[in-house]
Design a protein around this ligand. Structure first.
Ligand SMILES: [Zn+2]
Length: 231
């Protein structure tokens, strides 16, 4: 399925709306904008698939006909779909990260040498999914945007995405970079594990502590501020 790099903001908004702000097959809120297979009822149309479901299409394990029927009837619009295990919330999420305090209204918990590793924002409209952005270090330590406002960017296999239970896992193919976000409730997200080296700085974060260049800190991230901590 072709990726669609030249969509306008309005086109993206219309696609998100049509798909229910998530992968049309599984409901994961991290996705790519992809052109529908040619035999679609909606020729030239576009859909959202998460990296896992897109991979199934590329491997031939999902047929174009199946993709078109998922698009015609997105899973999040089906009655049995459990929205609460995924970050569908109209509010800014509360964050569990680096200590015992719950962070509220803190869009960027941490920047490293000016690079925001994670950004959280409420959806643009009252319905929709929490907007999540993830930026980690490549094997050489240069920053890479992996997820930008829920859009999955890597197209060269350098990063992998996995939904496991209530966790979004993002892992580097080379090196030990990873980010695991746990959807505790629709409006509460825990940074279960984040590990990266970015611009020469070594960072490891869990719900309970964070380590910066080998030194451990607890409750260092400020709450109720645009950037919780700059290192
Ligand atoms: Zn999916």
């Amino acid at each position: 399925m072709p990726s669609l790099p030249h969509l306008t903001a309005q086109e993206r908004e219309a696609i998100r709306q049509a798909c229910g702000f998530a992968c049309v097959r599984c409901g994961v809120t991290i996705y790519r904008y992809l052109g529908l297979p040619a035999d679609a009822r909606d020729p030239g149309g576009a859909t959202l698939l998460c990296p896992t479901c897109h991979g199934l299409v590329e491997e031939g394990r999902l047929t174009p006909g199946q993709v078109n029927s998922f698009h015609a009837n997105p899973v999040v619009r089906q009655r049995h779909f459990a929205r609460d295990r995924l970050p569908f919330s109209s509010e800014m999420p509360q964050l569990i990260v680096g200590g015992s305090r719950l962070l509220r209204d803190t869009p960027i918990p941490l920047t490293v040498e000016g690079e925001p590793l994670l950004i959280f924002a409420p959806p643009r409209r009252s319905q929709g999914a929490t907007r999540i952005s993830v930026r980690l270090g490549a094997p050489d330590g240069t920053p890479v945007q992996i997820v930008d406002g829920n859009e999955w960017l890597p197209d060269d296999g350098s990063w992998h995405f996995l939904l496991r239970g209530d966790r979004y896992s993002i892992m580097a193919s080379r090196g030990d970079g990873l980010a695991v976000l746990r959807i505790v409730a629709r409006n509460r997200i825990a940074v279960e594990h984040l590990r990266t080296t970015i611009r020469g700085r070594r960072i490891e974060i869990t719900p309970d502590w964070m380590e910066i260049d080998g030194k451990r800190y607890i409750d260092r991230i400020g709450s109720g501020t645009l950037i919780g901590l700059e290192v």
